[in-house]
Design a protein around this ligand. Structure first.
Ligand SMILES: [Zn+2]
Length: 288
C-alpha cells in the first residue's frame, strides 16, 4: 500500500510540472543574460539559467545548445552582441533532446543555416520534438529539427582545426552527448568537458522506465564519467557549474572556469541522487 501511495505521489509530482509549464519551470530559463568570453575559444551565449555555448574557430562558429524555444531570439542577440554574424555559425550541437536545451534549435538552424550533428539516441526526439516515454506530456514538446549528421561515441566534430570529441553519456536522455575540447589559457593546456547531464529530473527509472535500459545506461555513464579528465566543466544548467559565481570572478588573475575535480564532484552528487531515486522509484525505501 505504501508503495502504491508513493508511486501515486511520484506520478502526481511529475505531472504537476508540465501541467503549468509557464509557472512550473524556473523563470531564469528565459531570463536574458549578457554574453561573455569564457576561456580560449569558448563563449557563453545562453540565458541566466540555461547554457548555450559558442566555440570559435578560424572557419566559423560551433553553437552547442539553444535553450527553451523562447530563448532563440535571446541566443541570437547574444551571438550578434559578441560581434559575430548568425551566418558564422556552421555547426549546431545539442547536449540532449529535452525542450529546455533543444527547444530553440529549429529556429537557430533556420536563421543560421548551420548543420545539426546529434546522437542516434536523441535523433528521434529531436526530429519529432518530443520527450520519449512522455509523448503525452505536451508541455515537453518543442519544435522538431532535422539531424544532418549522426554522432557516435568517440567521433570528432571539426571546424577550422578546432576539434571536439564526442562522449556519449546516456541516461538523462537516451543519446545524452558530451564533448571534450582542448584549450589553452596563458600558455597552459587544459581540457574542457561540455557535460550533458546525469540527473534523474523528470525521468522514470522504474517500474515503467522512461526508455528501455535507462538504469543500465545511467550506471555505465557514472563509470564513464570517472574516466573523463577535464579541468573546465561546462554544463547545460547554470547551477551545475556555478555560472553566476564564476562569471562574477572573470576579472580575477586566474580564470575562474578552471577548477580541477569539479566534474568528479558533480558526477558523484548525481550518482548519489540517482541511487536514491532508484530506491525510491522501486519502492526500496520507505516513504516518509
Ligand atoms: Zn534535460
Amino acid at each position: 500500500m505504501r508503495r502504491l501511495i508513493s508511486l501515486a505521489l511520484l506520478a502526481a509530482s511529475m505531472l504537476a510540472v508540465p501541467s503549468a509549464r509557464a509557472d512550473a519551470f524556473p523563470a531564469n530559463w528565459k531570463q536574458p543574460a549578457t554574453p561573455f568570453h569564457v576561456i580560449d575559444t569558448v563563449y557563453y551565449v545562453g540565458t541566466e539559467g540555461i547554457s548555450a555555448w559558442i566555440i570559435r574557430t578560424p572557419a566559423g562558429l560551433i553553437l552547442l545548445d539553444g535553450g527553451v524555444p523562447e530563448a532563440a531570439p535571446l541566443v541570437e542577440a547574444n551571438i550578434k552582441a559578441l560581434g559575430f554574424a548568425l551566418s558564422d555559425v556552421k555547426i549546431l550541437l545539442n547536449s540532449h533532446a529535452h525542450f529546455d536545451h533543444s527547444g530553440a534549435l529549429a529556429r537557430l538552424k533556420a536563421d543560421t543555416g548551420a548543420k545539426l550533428a546529434a546522437s542516434q539516441g536523441d535523433r528521434f526526439a529531436l526530429e519529432h520534438g518530443v520527450y520519449p516515454g512522455s509523448e503525452n506530456v505536451h508541455a515537453f514538446d518543442f519544435p522538431p529539427v532535422q539531424v544532418d549528421r549522426v554522432l557516435a561515441d568517440g567521433d570528432t566534430v571539426e571546424l577550422g582545426g578546432v576539434k571536439l570529441t564526442v562522449v556519449l553519456t546516456p541516461g538523462h536522455s537516451a543519446g545524452c552527448t558530451g564533448f571534450t575540447l582542448p584549450l589553452t589559457d596563458k600558455g597552459v593546456a587544459h581540457t574542457a568537458f561540455f557535460f550533458c547531464s546525469a540527473s534523474v529530473a523528470a525521468n522514470r527509472l522504474a517500474p515503467r522506465p522512461q526508455y528501455p535500459g535507462i538504469v543500465d545506461d545511467y550506471r555505465r555513464t557514472f563509470v564513464r564519467l570517472k574516466t573523463i579528465h577535464a579541468d573546465v566543466l561546462l554544463a547545460p544548467h547554470a547551477e551545475f557549474f556555478d555560472l553566476k559565481g564564476k562569471r562574477a570572478r572573470l576579472d580575477a588573475p586566474d580564470n575562474p572556469f578552471i577548477v580541477p575535480g569539479e566534474l568528479d564532484r558533480l558526477a558523484a552528487t548525481m550518482e548519489t541522487e540517482f541511487n536514491r531515486q532508484l530506491a525510491l522509484q522501486t519502492g526500496k525505501v520507505p516513504t516518509p
